[in-house]
Design a binder for this molecule. Structure first.
Ligand code: USQ
Length: 508
């Protein structure tokens, strides 16, 4: 199992002790590793919060596989009844993960300020998959899955004292930070929205980091970043996993420097993406200053509706947005196909991105929660399961809609309201999750798209898409202009598919 050899050094139940100020000793772990001569001075000792009878011991002496507090499971060794707190538990990912982890035996708690519901409402949009109020959701989780989720309505930034009290009460062993506004177009509406997004995201993350320092410094934070932090380097330079690999070298004017371990350049594509870049630096610094431990999860564009838990009962479904602000591209395309709107490719439609299905994202997150970084370690994974151009996605959605559901799906190119390269090289590296954490994608894009069609074509969801037709075509331009984009052309599907296949061979 991928984390069998992790030791108490990685475990959130450890209470570190020794002749070191753990909250101010910098990022390097090497100089504190047990020395060959094993002198007292260089030793870091620990006590187990779960097994106090062990007394003081060397945290590297026991592995997860050897510890009775760990049990093997489908995603690695996991702490029994692990306490996981989800920030943003009411959202698309947060609610899905709460049910998923609860079903794996975790004690799930969570906070939310309901901002996402407010923001979507403010735009005149709605989740097309109906979701209930939180108390209904919690009741359904109890009745259908037997889960008791400990929820508090808290804003982690403006109510940080209450947040701190709740963290102190629960003492989570992992904190998943999803409590952010995820929308690029929403952040580009005007100055008020740019401020709202950056305030919510950046200040919420800062408040979380300080709370962790003060209350649960051994707890790992699994923080949702985004592949969009990196942009799409026009040189074709690979998109590494957050930090340059050890053997990366900078050459300039006949001289050479190692880049290994440095944060790779960022080129965010909206004020929302900028907020994620700021988070990256705040998390990186907190790990360095206070020996916190964090995974920054650079997630590709998410899509899909299905996990065993959210599909178990209509009351357990997670939200699904398809409007121009909160809908991600695949989710939007399927809804457009159902509404009879030609799928909207922005610009050339040759933007290439990494994607991941909802269920696969849950699996990755679980593997990361089970395998915390070491104290002081800021680690990054690129959480992606496939690479596609928007054109390729449109073809897959159109083909599925036509062949399996008898829909007359069209594809159109429209003006691109964003400032982004719509034709560019793209080489994303996403090796850590498969190689180090045992992740293998389970969801085929075509299968998930089919499930989405099945759900969207039910009377209730179809009616909800129809009710909000007016929020599908984009009107938010990065330039500040407010007008609906115009059509550039309707595509001839067959000819374009062949051309695209050629392009893909070149790009991959
Ligand atoms: N696009 C279209 N047509 C549409 C909608 C989008 O061609 O109707 C294009 C966009 O121009 C863009 C690409 O599809 O090139 C992806 O757009 P998106 O809206 O699905 O995703 P994005 O704005 O990049 O943001 C989404 C999530 C965000 C997350 C990000 C991951 O909303 O939270 O950070 O995906 S990534 O894109 O890898 O940065």
């Amino acid at each position: 199992m991928h984390n069998a050899k992790c030791t108490c050094w990685n475990c959130p139940a450890i209470d570190l002790a020794g002749k070191v100020d753990f909250r101010a000793c910098g990022q390097s772990t090497k100089q504190f590793v047990k020395a060959a001569d094993d002198t007292e001075e260089t030793r870091i000792m620990g006590e187990c919060k779960r097994r106090p009878e062990l007394g003081l011991f060397d945290p590297m002496d026991m592995t997860f596989a050897e510890c009775t507090e760990y049990a093997p499971g489908p995603y690695g060794y996991m702490l029994r009844d692990m306490r996981v707190m989800i920030l943003g538990i009411d959202g698309y990912l947060g609610w899905t993960l709460a049910l998923w982890l609860g079903s794996l035996g975790c004690k799930v708690s969570g906070v939310d300020n309901y901002n996402r519901r407010e923001w979507v409402k403010e735009r005149g949009a709605q989740t097309i998959v109906p979701i209930s109020r939180m108390n209904e959701r919690l009741r359904a989780a109890r009745e259908v899955l037997g889960l008791n989720i400990d929820f508090r309505q808290i804003d982690i930034y403006s109510e940080r004292d209450r947040f701190k009290e709740f963290v102190d009460e629960v003492k989570p062993e992992s904190i998943v930070h999803y409590a952010e506004c995820p929308s690029a177009p929403f952040s580009m509406i005007d100055v008020e929205h740019a401020i709202k997004v950056q305030e919510n995201n950046v200040l919420g993350t800062l408040a979380t980091l300080f709370t962790m320092r003060d209350v649960v410094p051994e707890t790992s934070m699994v923080k949702l970043g985004t592949m969009g932090e990196y942009g799409t380097p026009l040189t074709g330079r690979p998109i590494f996993e957050g930090l340059f690999p050890a053997d990366a070298v900078l050459q300039w004017e006949g001289r050479e420097w190692s880049l290994g371990g440095e944060i790779v350049p960022r080129d965010p594509a909206s004020f929302y993406h900028v907020s994620k870049v700021q988070d990256t630096f705040n998390c990186y610094e907190a790990c360095k200053y206070w020996w916190l431990r964090s995974y920054d999860v650079m997630q590709g564009v998410i899509f899909g509706v299905d996990t065993d838990q959210v599909s178990a009962d209509p009351r357990l479904r997670t939200r699904l947005d398809i409007d121009e602000w909160f809908g991600t591209v695949i989710n939007r395309f399927v809804a457009q196909a159902v509404a009879g709107i030609p799928l909207t490719l922005y610009g050339m439609g040759r933007q290439i991105r990494g994607f991941i299905a909802l269920r696969d994202a849950m699996e990755c997150m679980t593997r990361l929660i089970c395998s915390p970084p070491e104290p002081g370690q800021y680690a990054v994974v690129n959480q992606v399961s496939g690479i596609y151009s928007t054109r390729e996605l449109a073809y897959i959605v159109a083909k599925t809609g036509r062949e399996h559901f008898g829909l007359d799906v069209q594809i159109q190119r429209v003006e691109n309201p964003r400032v982004e390269a719509d034709e560019h090289p793209f080489e994303a590296i996403y090796e850590r999750l498969p190689k180090e954490f045992g992740f293998a994608p389970q969801v085929a894009l075509e299968d998930e798209v089919r499930k989405m069609f099945e759900l969207f074509l039910t009377d209730e969801v179809r009616a909800r898409i129809e009710e909000r037709r007016q929020v599908i075509m984009p009107k938010t331009w990065w330039s500040g202009v407010k007008r609906e984009v115009e059509r550039l052309e309707l595509l001839d599907l067959q000819g374009e598919i062949e051309e695209d296949e050629r392009m893909f061979k070149i790009n991959r």
